[in-house]
Design a binder for this molecule. Structure first.
Ligand code: FES
Length: 355
């Protein structure tokens, strides 16, 4: 018997119905969030459930579930605390925040506290570098955190509170968040919040305005349309384009000369008109190139890129290969830089011998 409730099964049917009948496997990502919302992670039973409802095999589902870090493969706490330790946040103190939390909670990366409340992880860039160092709890942001602020958040969570993130709605549990990520509205009071972008995100725009830099034709006040509005506009544009095409066909038919008497002609009387060639010579030359193994690579070290469209000598490519291999020495950990150190050495020797 399935471990999944009828609600989850009903939601799974709803998710699949959002996709064209022959594209149902596209529903896999939201379905993985859905099974995670019931079990708190993507269990073997969750993988089997997704495979069953989508007509896939378990290996196909497992390949996706293990690729994305948002799908957890073992039981996860109510609150997933992710601390960005990538470059920007790190130089601003992200590692210190992470280390402080790890020591305080007594857990390491991807580990959960004994009370099952908090899972800690260090994260790569969380796409909020302008607010660094950042930490997220179930993907809601706490901007500009320091160790003390981070400790305050996790302590409030452990004592049953739901602190407000810097941006967005009040925190929810990971399972509740997974329901939203599966594409279902969170009906709780205050579960959804929106608002304009913060000043750090607008800094580039402000500087551009100060310096009179703008993108031609772009109005930053352009409203973001809803999907229904966008669909309507696309349908109108399509109808307009089709009407214009019909008009054009009619005009062309009216302008066409009357056909000559059948006895006098044996084919079309319309003169072939060559389309104007308005491509630049560089584009035209690039299109007609037929690169093969002996073609020089333009940006490889040591390559002599011909100034005109003449075919480069085969030797250029070998020199480029040798220069590229020489510029890519074995890594410091002793592993060969390429697939096989022996093959690389042989290539170098062959290139030298050809000179
Ligand atoms: S480096 Fe931390 S959000 Fe980008």
């Amino acid at each position: 018997m399935s471990v999944f409730s009828e609600t989850t099964r009903e939601r799974a049917r709803e998710i699949i119905a959002r996709y064209p009948a022959d594209r149902s496997r596209s529903a896999l990502l939201p379905l993985l969030h859905l099974v995670q919302s019931e079990e708190g992670y993507v269990s073997p039973a969750g993988v089997e459930f997704c495979a069953e409802v989508l007509g896939l095999n378990k290996a196909q589902v497992g390949a996706v579930a293990t690729f994305y870090t948002m799908y957890k493969r073992k039981p996860t706490g109510d609150y997933l605390v992710s601390v960005c330790t990538n470059t920007m946040c790190n130089v601003l103190g992200g590692q210190e925040v992470y280390d402080t939390l790890a020591e305080h909670l007594g857990v390491g990366h991807d580990e959960t506290t004994a009370d099952g409340k908090i899972t800690l992880e260090h994260a790569e860039c969380l796409a909020a570098c302008d607010y660094g160092p950042v930490m997220t709890v179930n993907y809601d942001f706490f901007d500009g955190v320091d160790p003390q602020a981070a400790l305050g958040v996790v302590e409030e969570l452990r004592s049953g509170g739901r602190p407000m993130p810097t941006r967005g709605a009040r925190l929810c549990t990971l399972r509740e968040m997974a329901v939203q990520l599966a594409g279902f509205a969170d009906e709780r009071e205050g579960a959804v919040a929106d608002g304009g972008p913060g000043e750090p995100s607008l800094r580039g725009l402000r500087l551009a305005e100060q310096h009179g830099i703008s993108v031609p034709g772009f109005d930053p006040r352009t409203p973001i349309r809803s999907k229904a509005e966008a669909d309507k506009a696309a349908a109108e544009a399509k109808a307009k384009a089709e009407a214009a095409k019909v008009e054009q066909t009619k005009a062309e038919a009216a302008a066409k000369p009357a056909p000559a008497p059948a006895a006098a002609t044996s084919g079309s009387t319309t003169r072939d008109v060559k389309a104007p060639d308005d491509k630049s010579p560089e584009v035209r030359a690039a299109e007609t190139r037929q690169p093969d193994a002996s073609t020089a690579v333009p940006d490889a070290p040591g390559t002599k890129v011909p100034a005109d469209s003449t075919t480069p000598a085969p030797r250029d490519a070998r020199e480029a290969e040798a220069a590229g291999a020489a510029a890519n020495p074995p890594a410091g950990d002793g592993k060969p830089a390429g697939d096989a150190a022996g093959a690389q050495e042989r290539s170098l020797k062959e290139a030298e011998a050809q000179k």
